[in-house]
Design a protein around this ligand. Structure first.
Ligand SMILES: [Zn+2]
Ligand SMILES: [Zn+2]
Length: 304
């Protein structure tokens, strides 16, 4: 329940004792005790209040709602929440003592480096690592703050924009909302999402969990004891892969055809409108030629 080893400082200002003459206070206490005794005779023992448990917004542990987390020591008041929110960002520093803390912003990261908390051997991830874990001294945009080039490990100034020896750029995405993920690309043998969705099992059908998980991960056939079964499933895997590839190709063809049709339709519409404009112009001109110039407009409208 209590904070791990750390002593709780009574920083919160407790209510100071009410200053009251002693005689008056004892009299009041007597009265209170009498009333309490009467109430207990009627209603029984008063319930002992118990703190409800909440999930700590900073570390996720379940802790009594005493205003402060028993595990990470974070306070739950709105100002503390806002202060933590302000420091949040797409950078994670690997630390097994606090594995569940939120990611931090680039500004927080540089502050930790300036304070000497973060060294070159710290493991972190962020927008410049595409969220893959990496040593700080190899991380673009971070290593130079530690005095080394992320690319060639040459000594550089922390405020340099690029490396003087290998010319690697030290630019980094500072937007705290930007994760820096690379584009999602289809893997070999993986179909388009729509094709996979077509071949996916309906969500309502309750299959064996084991089957569902092997269908996604599919490392099971390799280890299943029955050789023929594994061969069979491998063949089925190949078959389904081929089917998926075929379906992929079909979808691509349909898309291309739809695109061509759309372009064709546009061309036809443009040509048709050109012809219509030409016809109108001709009709206008012809009626204008028949009639006198001052009454040209009236029959032109009427002729439509
Ligand atoms: Zn906590
Ligand atoms: Zn360099």
């Amino acid at each position: 329940m209590q904070a791990n080893g750390s002593t709780r400082t009574p920083k919160d200002a407790y209510q100071t004792e009410m200053t009251m003459p002693p005689a008056e206070q004892t009299q009041q206490d007597d009265v209170r005790a009498q009333v309490m005794a009467q109430a207990q005779a009627i209603a029984g023992e008063p319930p002992t209040p118990q703190l409800r448990s909440i999930v700590c917004p900073y570390c996720g542990s379940v802790t009594p709602d005493s205003g402060r987390c028993g595990h990470c020591g974070g306070r739950f008041d709105p100002l503390s929440r806002q202060a933590t929110q302000n420091q949040m960002g797409p950078w994670e520093i690997r630390d097994q003592r606090v594995p569940f803390r939120p990611g931090c912003s680039y500004a927080t990261l540089t502050r930790l480096i300036e304070q000497g908390v973060l060294t070159g051997d710290a493991v972190l991830r962020g927008p410049s690592t595409r969220q893959f874990w990496m040593l700080a001294k190899h991380t673009p945009g971070v290593a130079h703050k530690l005095g080394v080039c992320h690319n060639c490990q040459a000594q550089v100034k922390p405020d340099a924009f690029s490396c003087p020896s290998c010319e690697a750029s030290f630019e980094v995405e500072r937007d705290r909302q930007h994760l820096g993920l690379g584009p999602a690309r289809p893997l070999p043998g993986q179909g388009l999402p729509e094709v996979l969705a077509l071949h996916a099992e309906p969500a309502s059908v309750k299959h064996d969990q084991h089957i569902a998980s092997t269908a996604i991960a599919s490392p099971e056939p390799m280890h299943s004891g029955n050789g023929s079964a594994s061969a069979k499933s491998g063949a089925m895997d190949d078959d389904s892969r081929r089917m998926l590839d075929d379906a992929n190709r079909l979808v691509r063809q349909w898309r291309n055809r739809a695109n061509n049709d759309r372009q064709h339709a546009w061309a036809v519409m443009i040509i048709a409108s050109c012809i219509a404009i030409a016809a109108l112009a001709y009709a206008y001109w012809a009626s204008g030629a028949e009639n006198s110039p001052e009454t040209a407009s009236t029959p032109a409208v009427a002729s439509e």
